[in-house]
Structure formats: structure tokens, C-alpha cells
Design a protein around this ligand. Structure first.
Ligand SMILES: Cc1cc2nc3c(=O)[nH]c(=O)nc-3n(C[C@H](O)[C@H](O)[C@H](O)COP(=O)(O)O)c2cc1C
Length: 193
């Protein structure tokens, strides 16, 4: 039997059953039978925030001297054929737990394993309370930079504003259909490559 492609799925909201989780579940729905999905709820992992000591770069190990779950994430990203990241906007950016993960990628800019790594498609799902799409400007830039650092090409996104509107339930239901369709796009990619 042919090996199924691997998809790293990252939930970046601290809320395990919130809007980001619904969007992610919808994206994954069309892929469940054909992809090997490695799911990570970032808030459930112990990831120590970067201290900016640069020891990881000076020692050329490109690894933090402190022990936590970060190497597990690195291994999953290394093996994955695609990535999907789903996040809420917190003060224009990522929630603290996800930001800690992103900051820990600091040494990877200097690590040829990552700079020369084959680039795979990465998808970004985001949602927020505000009604304006401009609310996503910062978080999408950060998501792009994060994906580039871990050797994924930003291949598409779904940005869902207005989660505090009165019609939020309907908006989320519609957005989940769009998330499914984005997931199917990856499914078709997976079959042709
Ligand atoms: C600490 C915090 C900061 C937030 N900052 C913003 C913000 O800057 N802009 C915005 O539109 N919504 C903001 N929100 C609202 C969340 O983005 C919104 O409720 C989102 O739908 C939550 O997604 P989740 O259910 O996946 O956690 C914030 C929420 C929290 C708890």
C-alpha cells in the first residue's frame, strides 16, 4: 500500500473547541481518509519561550539548551508533506503559546538543514472578532514568515472576521464550508505530486 502523505495540523488557539478548532476540523475533513494527519494543540505542549541568549546559534547546535516539547514539533514539520495552521487574532498577532513556538524557530535561519529543506505547501486559517479584514495584516505576515522559516510555502489562507457579530454562528458555518474546500485543494495537490 502506498504511503499516505503527512499533514502537520497546528491549532494555535488556547481554546480546544473554539472557532479556530472548528475551521481546522473543516479543513481536515476531506483529507482524513487519504492523509496521515499529525495534530498538535500548541497550548497543550510545554514550549519554553525564547530567552534571546543566542546559545543555539553560537554553539551551532541550532537547538535550545532547555528541554521541552519543541523537538517533537520540529520532527513533525521535518517529515510533513504539508502544513495547516489555524489561529485566532490576539492583539493583531498570535496567542502567546503560539508566539512562543514561532520565536523558538529563531536558530533555524542559520541551520542549513532548514534553509535548504524542500519547500512544501502551507495553509493558514485565521479568525477574529473585528469586522475589518485589515485586522489580519500583522498575523498573516507573521504566519508567512513562520512558514518560510520551517520550509513551507504560503499556499493559501482563509481569513474570517466578525466572530463577535450577531450572525457569528452563520458566518462560522459558511467559513467552515470554505475551509473544507481549501482542504480539498490540498487533497488534489497531494494526488498530482
Ligand atoms: C487576549 C485576546 C486578544 C484578542 N485580540 C483581538 C484583536 O486584536 N482583534 C480581534 O478582532 N479580536 C481579538 N480577540 C478575539 C478573538 O480573536 C476571537 O474571539 C476569536 O474568534 C477566538 O478564536 P478561538 O475561538 O479559536 O479562540 C482577542 C481575544 C483575546 C482573548
Amino acid at each position: 500500500m502506498a504511503k499516505r502523505p503527512v499533514l502537520a495540523a497546528l491549532l494555535a488557539s488556547p481554546r480546544p473547541q473554539g472557532h479556530s478548532a472548528s475551521l481546522l476540523a473543516a479543513f481536515l475533513k476531506p483529507l482524513r481518509s487519504s492523509w496521515d494527519i499529525r495534530f498538535f494543540h500548541l497550548s497543550a505542549l510545554t514550549i519554553k519561550p525564547c530567552l534571546g541568549c543566542n546559545r543555539c546559534i553560537q554553539t551551532k547546535t541550532f537547538r535550545c539548551f532547555r528541554r521541552d516539547a519543541f523537538p517533537k514539533l520540529l520532527a513533525a514539520w521535518d517529515q510533513a508533506d504539508a502544513l495547516v495552521l489555524s489561529a485566532p487574532v490576539y492583539f493583531y498577532g498570535f496567542p502567546a503559546q503560539a508566539k512562543a513556538v514561532i520565536d523558538r524557530c529563531h536558530p533555524l535561519f542559520h541551520d542549513s538543514h532548514w534553509t535548504k529543506h524542500i519547500r512544501r505547501p502551507g495553509y493558514f486559517l485565521a479568525n477574529c472578532d473585528a469586522a475589518a479584514r485589515s485586522e489580519f495584516k500583522v498575523i498573516t505576515s507573521e504566519a508567512r514568515a513562520f512558514m518560510n522559516t520551517i520550509a513551507f510555502e504560503y499556499a493559501g489562507d482563509l481569513l474570517v472576521p466578525g466572530m463577535s457579530n450577531r450572525d457569528a454562528k452563520v458566518r462560522l458555518a459558511r467559513a467552515c464550508l470554505r475551509a473544507q474546500s481549501l482542504g480539498r485543494t490540498l487533497g488534489r495537490k497531494g494526488m498530482t505530486e
